[in-house]
Design a protein around this ligand. Structure first.
Ligand SMILES: [Zn+2]
Length: 478
């Protein structure tokens, strides 16, 4: 029996998806409420003048550029006299400011650790914070809520809510586990069924987790690929090498979730993330075993997601993460206590593991791998959306990338992975006008990436201060 109402809802959702796909290269339409509350620049033709441009390609920084935005699209970019502001354009003088592509980040979540083993569903506040921080497209890297990632994506696409464009990842694919908000799969057929179910519902991405078996992962990859979708993994029971052989598209957390080098690793069993990390900490990055793994990942085109932000919060001697003031006071206090404990634990493995993580990610990139970036707002609660996306780019610079390379990883590399690089990820004529305007020059002072002045999404300029103010002090409620 098909309930008529359900049937209608499904049809409607499909129609909206089809519409939004056709209308991608057009200005974002917003509800009057969203427009009034958060928008600071909206005009049919906008000219950003005197701008320093970091275009996301990794190419040289360009000075005194004019960017013409027409109907949500970058109509032209260049310097005078080739590109000038058209008659009637709304002109914004960006002297002293820099324009970057909107960030495309891939390990984001709409949930947050509110208490022991419990993840609060913060889709409302998080989507605003992500956009305020400069994220214009994101993949949620796993969800523990069911439908919220998808519903939020659709509401944002319709302009009913402010936020980045979302590649919505279905609930985790995992074996037996202790998470109260996570399902346990019952074998390969079940894995295939779970992928098919969520894909039919409209989800566009999948994530395997720490206790999945090789057979389940293989079945999930096959079902996702049949539907033209990608699948990533935060693995443990399956090694990176095994997952690459099975055809996985992406691996999360750099090499810190790899169990490839654990001596006693039993097939399909997670020896504990700690065992994997001890082996990584002892690994010689110049040695043949690591080089062979990197070569396999590069050859099989497996992308690697850097989530340095979450690991930084486990590492003693690191600065306090940015953005904590937006949290509900009780959550902020909770993290402050965790930060004190971490600071006191100077013998923590992370004191050595964190620098190692940076070095290994750089080695993967230098070997030709596609390194992409995300933040993972979990851990002990110190990773705050938006603020952490900027921090992630700073940490890539600390890892040895130039600021321009770090921006490329956080923009065009993510777009390439998502298969959207013809539309987003770089600043060029014909691309969607997803732009971050910052005060200062991140190419010389990477911390200037925190000074976000305006975030353009599909040509509409959002006010980051208003987005942050709308949730400040209450992040943790919704
Ligand atoms: Zn995560």
């Amino acid at each position: 029996m098909i309930h008529p109402k359900l049937h209608l809802t499904r049809w409607f959702a499909g129609a909206v998806l089809a519409l939004s796909a056709a209308a991608v290269l057009a200005a974002q339409q917003l509800s009057p409420q969203v427009q009034t509350a958060y928008v600071k620049v909206d005009a049919p033709v906008i000219a950003l003048t005197n701008a320093r441009v970091i275009d996301g390609t990794g190419g040289p920084v360009r000075q005194a550029q004019t960017i013409v935005i027409r109907d949500g699209v970058i109509a032209a970019v260049g310097d005078a006299p080739g590109v000038t502001a058209p008659d009637g354009a709304t002109i914004i003088d960006l002297a002293g400011k820099t324009v970057l592509p909107g960030f495309v980040m891939v390990h984001e979540h709409l949930y947050y650790p509110v208490g022991s083993g419990v993840y609060g569903q913060l889709g409302e506040s998080f989507t605003r914070l992500y956009l305020a921080g400069g994220v214009t497209t994101m993949r949620t890297g796993g969800n523990v809520n069911g439908f919220m990632d998808l519903n939020m994506k659709l509401a944002i696409d319709r302009g009913q809510k402010p936020g980045p464009t979302i590649d919505a990842t279905a609930p985790y694919l995992n074996g037996p586990n202790n998470f109260i908000q996570m399902r346990t799969m019952k074998g390969p057929d079940d894995a295939r069924r779970q992928v098919a179910y969520w894909a039919d519902e409209g989800f566009t991405s999948f994530k395997a987790y720490m206790q999945i078996t090789r057979a389940e992962l293989g079945a999930a990859i096959d079902e996702a690929h049949k539907r033209g979708m990608k699948i990533t993994g935060h693995l443990c029971s399956v090694t990176y090498s095994e997952a690459a052989d099975l055809g996985i598209d992406n691996l999360e957390h750099g090499f810190l979730a790899s169990t490839d080098f654990v001596p006693s690793k039993a097939p399909d069993a997670c020896p504990g993330q700690g065992a994997g990390q001890q082996a990584i900490e002892a690994l010689d990055e110049q040695g043949e075993p690591f080089r062979a793994l990197v070569k396999k990942l590069v050859d099989r085109r497996v992308a690697l997601t850097s989530t340095l932000t979450v690991f930084e919060t486990f590492t003693p001697g690191r600065p306090k993460p940015p953005g904590l003031e937006v949290l509900l006071p009780i959550l902020k206090e909770q993290f402050d206590r965790s930060y004190e404990r971490t600071s006191a634990n100077t013998t923590s493995i992370y004191a050595r593991l964190f620098p190692k993580a940076l070095a290994l990610e750089r080695a993967f990139d230098r070997a030709g791998g596609l390194l992409i970036a995300g933040t993972d707002p979990t851990g002990s609660g110190g990773v705050i959306p938006g603020f952490s996306n900027q921090r992630q780019i700073e940490l890539l610079v600390e890892a040895g990338f130039t600021p321009v390379e770090a921006v490329q990883i956080g923009t065009s590399n993510g777009a390439k992975y998502l298969g959207r690089d013809t539309l987003i990820g770089t600043i060029a004529a014909g691309k969607q006008a997803d732009l971050v305007v910052v005060t200062g020059d991140p190419s010389t002072t990477i911390a200037d990436i925190r000074n976000v002045d305006t975030v353009f999404k599909r040509g509409v300029g959002f006010d980051p201060a208003k987005l942050v103010a709308s949730v400040s002090g209450r992040v943790g409620l919704w």
